[in-house]
Write a protein that binds this ligand. Structure first.
Ligand code: SF4
Ligand code: SF4
Length: 388
């Protein structure tokens, strides 16, 4: 068995005691993260990685129109969001031909503090990579690399040598300009378990040079089945193990339902940005209702999703998900960084207060409102007195 899967199972077994104890005494640890919103600007991808649900997903593969995106941001800022995560559930930000309009909008918006995203880095050309270096509010960029040489890249991504060479070229551009970047750079590698340890390809040598400059590429060893979308047959012939998350102990609502909701490229608001490519955790649609009505304790779809997980009812995407984090478990990283928590009722109170002053500016009605339009006061730092 894959050692990383065993380690994950062991960790889960240890957390079981804490989860059951906290559940028993009613201690809910909903993270107090009120400022980050996920917006999927594009659900299109240029690669077809064998361990990804992208090829099999049924949801539309589209990019979000700039006006729609701008209004999402305006509504979100009105609710107190100041940071934006643009990584698609599956897809790549650079498949949106107008993505730099969106980056510039965020960069210039006075209420936006930061944005970040992951990319497979095989799409932009040199001038676009250089343009990334000029963005002031891009705080985190993660480059996801698939394969460790040309052969494994093509085997995993079903792409071409030309695309591989673009990746190599973009990594070189980034390396040459490391001193100019304003963002934290992370590199993640997903490749076969039999990849050599020593750098035997131009790609691996380049990664070695990043390491020498203090950027240590992280290697992932666990490949999830995405709610059954991906099976071992999809990775046949490659040293890759696809697993479910049967060993992850699940009790209580997942913390991501309170922190990681995502506006998808279609305008659908999904309860989680992690493993649900076909939006089975859908809680609303911004084509029909404003964001403050979707992220609301008065939204029955949203509240039902939380309540069903509290009862132990998990939909297929969640059943097999390895990102699950129980609201009855405090992760070591959160313990160390002194994170604050709230109960579910306190979370609802915050949503209620956040939504109260927001305008009912339906996205479809507003497209070109100037940036200096008065915004409702941010509640991000508002202190909420919990309901008795
Ligand atoms: S893993 Fe990422 S790059 Fe690969 S197909 Fe899926 S979304 Fe695209
Ligand atoms: S279990 Fe997974 S898919 Fe479900 S809400 Fe949690 S992180 Fe998202």
């Amino acid at each position: 068995m894959n050692p990383s899967v065993i380690a994950k199972a062991a960790k889960s077994a240890l957390s079981r005691v804490e989860i059951n104890f906290n559940r028993l005494i009613g201690r809910e640890l909903v993270p107090l993260e009120t400022t980050i919103l996920n917006i999927e600007t594009s659900s299109l991808c240029n690669l077809e990685c064998v361990f990804c649900a992208y090829v099999k997903k049924q949801s539309p593969k589209v990019s979000m129109k700039d006006a729609f995106f701008n209004d999402c941001v305006r509504q979100a800022v009105g609710l107190g969001f100041t940071q934006f995560e643009l990584t698609p559930c599956t897809g790549d930000v650079f498949m949106d031909r107008h993505i730099f309009n969106k980056f510039e909008f965020l960069d210039q918006h006075p209420e936006v503090e930061a944005f970040r995203f992951f990319t497979n880095f095989t799409i932009p050309n040199r001038s676009k990579v250089e343009r990334l270096l000029t963005l002031k509010k891009l705080k985190n960029l993660t480059v996801s690399i698939y394969g460790h040489d040309l052969t494994s890249f093509i085997a995993i991504t079903k792409s071409t040598e030309t695309v591989y060479n673009r990746l190599i070229g973009n990594l070189k551009t980034l390396l040459e300009n490391l001193d100019r970047k304003n963002f934290n750079l992370d590199i993640g590698i997903r490749t076969t378990n039999d990849a050599p340890r020593k750098p035997v390809s131009e790609l691996m040598e380049l990664l070695e040079r990043f390491r020498e400059r203090g950027i240590r590429p992280r290697r992932a060893h666990v490949y999830n089945n995405w709610g059954g979308y991906v099976t071992q047959a999809d990775v046949a012939g490659l040293a890759i193990d696809v697993t479910g998350a049967e060993t992850v102990y699940k009790r209580g609502a997942c913390a991501h339902l309170f922190t990681t909701y995502q506006i998808m490229a279609t305008g659908i608001v999904n309860g989680c940005a992690c493993r649900d490519v076909d939006a089975s955790l859908r809680i609303g649609d911004l084509n029909d209702a404003p964001l403050h009505e979707v992220l609301s304790p008065d939204n029955p779809a949203y509240m039902a999703l939380i309540e069903e997980q509290q009862r132990g009812d998990f939909r297929p995407a969640c059943k097999s998900c390895d990102y699950y984090k129980s609201i009855y478990h405090m992760r070591t990283s959160r313990r160390k960084d002194g994170s604050e928590f709230q109960s579910i009722e306190e979370f609802k109170d915050r949503l209620r207060i956040a939504g109260h002053p927001a305008s009912d500016n339906l996205i479809k009605e507003i497209t070109d409102t100037p940036l200096n339009k008065p915004q409702p006061a941010s509640i991000a730092k508002t202190t909420v007195t919990p309901a008795k």
